[in-house]
Design a protein around this ligand. Structure first.
Ligand code: SF4
Length: 166
């Protein structure tokens, strides 16, 4: 089998982050998967219609992606704008894209209110982290896509190797 991997576009170095930069992940597995044509990059926030650069955003009140999906929390920019609908739209488009590409796995950068899967920030814009998913990561997990953070790339590599061998 040949599983494809959805990857946060910023991890490929694409300049899609709120600050107009990328955040390339240099790892031998990335180079190998790129050579094998397994990686498909996507930025949910851009897909949701947000410009680059853009104000940083966090999920309010120490809540997480599942709360945003359920309508219990908003995603708020540091400048006060409510970007909840853009984050939800971007997440839905990410799922559609991942399904269309046949992605069984996702490698998402941690800490983002979209792509975070191990931790996110608490909405205070004070650099305080808590355990939780961003909006896209939560939607992907609901959709049955196996989500790994950039810090878990070794575990993802082991899983992909096993999947490929079967
Ligand atoms: S939404 Fe995801 S892919 Fe886009 S810049 Fe943020 S962390 Fe990177």
């Amino acid at each position: 089998m040949f599983p494809k991997i959805f990857i946060s576009a910023c991890l490929l170095g694409r300049p899609v982050r709120y600050d107009g930069k990328g955040k390339r992940l240099d790892h031998p597995a990335i180079a190998r998967w790129q050579a094998e044509g397994r990686l498909v990059g996507f930025c949910p926030e851009q897909a949701g219609g947000m410009p680059t650069p853009r104000p940083s955003a966090e999920i309010e009140n120490g809540l997480a992606g599942a709360d945003v999906i359920a309508g219990r929390a908003r995603v708020i920019e540091i400048t006060g704008g409510d970007v909840t609908s853009q984050f939800l739209e971007g997440g839905r488009k990410a799922i559609e894209f991942a399904r269309a590409q046949g992605c069984a796995y996702a490698l998402l950068i941690d800490g983002s209110p979209s792509c975070g899967s191990g931790f996110i920030y608490d909405g205070s814009f004070a650099g305080r982290r808590h355990v939780g998913n961003g909006v896209t990561a939560a939607l992907m997990r609901e959709a049955g896509i196996a989500v790994y953070s950039d810090r878990e790339i070794e575990a993802l590599a082991a899983c992909v190797d096993m999947h490929t061998a079967t």
